[in-house]
Design a protein around this ligand. Structure first.
Ligand code: RP5
Length: 163
C-alpha cells in the first residue's frame, strides 16, 4: 500500500492533526508524520514535496494555521493529491488559514477540509488510497455501514423515548 504523509506547520498543530493520524492508523495505512513550515523551513518543504512520489507516498495531508501556505506550497511541487487542514491558530479563528489553504489557482488544487477538520482529512486520504487498493476499500465500506447502523440505532432509541 502507498504511504500517507501528514505534515504540520508547527508542533503546536499536533493536538488537532492527531485526529487525522488516528484515522489513518485505524485503517492500517502506513503514515509518516513531519513538522515542516512553508515559511520557517521552505527548503525542507521543497525537498520533501519534490521527492514524495518517488518515496512511496500516495497522498499528502498538510495542516497549518494563520497565513497557511503549507498545503499549497507542497501541492505546487508534487503531482500527488494534497489535502489541506486549516488550523484555528489566530485571532481570526481559522478563517485566515481556511482562505489561504482553499483559494488555490487552477491546476494546483488543495482538497481543503473544514477548519480543524483533521478527522475528515484522514478519511479522505483513506478514500484516495482505497481507489487503488481493494482491501482498503472494503474496510472503508465496512466503516461506512457501521456508521450508518449507529445512526439508525440512535434514531430508533430517540423515537422510542419521545413516542
Ligand atoms: C503556522 O502558524 C503553524 O501551522 C501554526 O498553526 C501557527 C502557529 O505556529 P507556532 O507559532 O505555534 O509555531 O505556521
Amino acid at each position: 500500500m502507498k504511504k500517507a504523509a501528514v505534515i504540520m506547520g508547527s508542533d503546536s498543530d499536533l493536538p488537532i492533526v492527531k485526529k487525522a493520524i488516528d484515522v489513518l492508523k485505524q485503517f492500517g495505512v502506513p503514515v509518516e508524520v513531519r513538522v515542516l513550515s512553508a515559511h520557517r523551513c521552505a527548503a525542507q518543504v521543497s525537498e520533501f514535496a519534490s521527492n514524495a512520489e518517488k518515496n512511496g507516498f500516495g497522498v499528502i495531508i498538510a495542516a497549518a494555521g494563520k497565513a497557511a501556505h503549507l498545503a499549497g506550497a507542497i501541492a505546487g511541487q508534487t503531482p500527488l493529491p494534497v489535502i489541506g487542514i486549516p488550523i484555528k491558530a489566530s485571532a481570526l479563528e481559522g478563517m485566515d488559514a481556511l482562505l489561504a489553504t482553499v483559494q488555490m489557482p487552477a491546476g494546483v488544487p488543495v482538497a481543503t477540509v473544514a477548519i480543524d477538520g483533521a478527522a475528515n482529512a484522514g478519511y479522505l486520504a483513506v478514500q484516495i488510497l482505497a481507489v487503488g487498493d481493494g482491501a482498503l476499500m472494503d474496510k472503508f465500506k465496512a466503516f461506512r455501514a457501521e456508521q450508518t447502523e449507529k445512526v439508525l440505532q440512535a434514531d430508533e432509541k430517540i423515537r422510542g423515548e419521545f413516542a
